[in-house]
Structure formats: structure tokens, C-alpha cells
Design a protein around this ligand. Structure first.
Ligand code: ADP
Length: 253
């Protein structure tokens, strides 16, 4: 039986996202909330919230690290597949997609027809992920939504040479004890993350344009510095945290 639409659910390590699409690919409902401790309850609550659609016969597609927990899923796909689908639907071009989430980062190379050419993923080390910035924001007593704007107030960046979050923290303490300007340290931290992403991009080859998705693309300093490092403009998805949920929902139509 033909379905009326599709529900995409992306359960990430940091945020829980859902998108409901009708058959015309219009977004009827969306939500982004922090991933809770009791993911099963969070899924039940979501289904209560969108019970109208589930009654009407919608496919349910899950993705993200919690995708297996969605018992009701009619299909499950990897985040790579869902990000690619969501971004290609929005931009309709070959590209290099950078998705930086809470605990992993991915670079996906997309061909002219939206096909996957190659990808590389870091989920082993927190440096190069949103968690790195969250830790650093916490250390400086700054909200995560503010840290990028502060790093962008200044053009000079301190060199943070450690590629590990724990050692980077020691470096920061040492710089602070020398009375170094905190904005310069913050910019240096952003640059350290961006350089890790740049080396991931280089490992599979940069195919312009550069398109960002994921929560860290909300950070203006990351967007600007990544573009600068690659000598290009950084494009960002309209709803960067919803990209994989949107792509999942598209795969269910
Ligand atoms: P997940 O990996 O769970 O899919 P997201 O893609 O939602 O995670 O990314 C979460 C990360 O996004 C956080 O670790 C944080 O660094 C970043 N982030 C979230 N909201 C903002 C914001 N308003 N401004 C800047 N960065 C943000």
C-alpha cells in the first residue's frame, strides 16, 4: 500500500532529531532535542507526539548511533547515506560534505548525481568533534552557542599543537598562566579542530563546493576558518542538525 509520507529519526550521541515529510517532500513536523539517558522513553514520547502521522500510514526510517533502538523502523540506514541524501536534495551538486556532530566527524565526497564517491570518519577521538568545543566552552564558562562568535572577534590565533583534548587543555592552562589573550586561545582551539577536519578532507581529496551539516556548522568560526583553510566559500545546510533525519525521511518516500 502506498504510504502518505515518511518519518526520519536520527538518534545521535548528542541530539535526537526527527522529521516528518509528506509525499511532496514538505516538512510537516521537525524536532531537535538533546539525546536523553532513556532513549527508549524518548522514542515512545516522539511517537505519541506524532501519533497522527503513524496512524495515517507513514514509513519510519531510523539512523544515527541509536538507530537500532527504533523498533518500529521500517528501514535503517547509516548516517553517511542519510547526510548524503539530505544534502543532495538541498544542493543538487557534487560536493564535499563535512558533518561535525557531538562525538564524531565525517567527510563525505558526493558525485554529480548524488552518488557516494568516498568518505572518512573520526569517531575514535574527541578532538575534531563538537565535544571538544563543548569541553573548551565549559572550561572558559562560555555557552556553546557563543564560543564561535568570540573566536571570530580576533584574527590572531594562538597555536594549539596538541591533537588530543586532554593535552590541549594542559596547553590552554599553560597559556592562561602566561596571561595570553583568551580570545586568541579560543580562535586557536577552533583552528586546531579545523586543521584536523582539513586533513580528513585531504585524505580523500577535496571536491568543491564545501557543504557543512551537523551541529558544529552552527559555529561561525568553524565555518569561516574551514573555508579559509581550503580557500573556498563554506555552504551550510538550511537546517544543519536535521540533515540526516531529513535524508532518512526522504529515503522512506
Ligand atoms: P549528533 O552527533 O548527536 O548528531 P549534532 O550534529 O546535533 O550531534 O551536534 C552537536 C554539536 O553541535 C555539539 O557538540 C556542539 O558542539 C554543536 N552545537 C550545538 N548547538 C550549537 C550552537 N547553537 N552553536 C554552536 N555549536 C552548536
Amino acid at each position: 500500500m502506498e504510504k502518505n509520507g515518511s518519518i526520519g529519526i536520527d538518534i545521535g550521541s548528542t541530539t535526537f532529531k526527527a522529521v516528518v515529510l509528506n509525499r511532496k517532500k514538505e516538512i510537516l513536523f521537525s524536532k531537535v532535542v538533546p539525546t536523553g539517558i532513556k532513549i527508549a522513553d524518548q522514542i515512545d514520547n516522539l511517537f505519541q507526539e506524532i501519533s497522527f502521522y503513524t496512524k495515517e500510514g507513514y514509513n519510519i526510517i531510523s539512523t544515527g548511533y541509536g538507530k537500532e533502538m527504533v523498533r518500529e523502523a521500517t528501514n535503517r540506514y547509516t548516517e553517511i547515506t542519510c547526510h548524503l541524501k539530505g544534502i543532495y536534495e538541498e544542493f543538487r551538486t557534487a560536493s564535499t560534505i563535512v558533518d561535525i556532530g557531538g562525538q564524531d566527524s565525517k567527510v563525505i565526497k558526493c558525485g554529480p548525481d548524488g552518488e557516494l564517491i568516498d568518505f572518512v570518519m573520526n569517531d575514535k577521538c574527541s578532538a575534531g568533534t563538537g565535544r571538544f568545543l563543548e569541553n573548551m566552552a565549559g572550561r572558559f564558562g562560555i555557552h556553546i552557542s557563543e564560543i564561535g562568535g568570540i573566536a571570530n572577534r580576533i584574527s590572531k590565533a594562538q597555536n594549539i599543537s596538541s591533537t588530543c583534548t586532554v593535552f590541549a587543555e594542559s596547553e590552554i592552562i599553560s597559556l592562561l598562566s602566561q596571561g595570553v589573550n583568551t580570545d586568541e586561545i579560543l580562535r586557536g582551539l577552533h583552528l586546531a579542530l579545523v586543521r584536523r577536519i582539513k586533513s580528513m578532507i585531504k585524505s580523500i581529496g577535496f571536491n568543491p563546493p564545501l557543504i557543512m551539516s551537523g551541529g558544529v556548522s552552527l559555529n561561525p568560526a568553524i565555518r569561516e576558518l574551514l573555508g579559509k583553510e581550503l580557500g573556498t566559500e563554506t555552504l551550510v545546510s538550511k537546517n544543519p542538525q536535521l540533515t540526516a533525519a531529513y535524508g532518512a525521511a526522504l529515503l522512506g518516500l
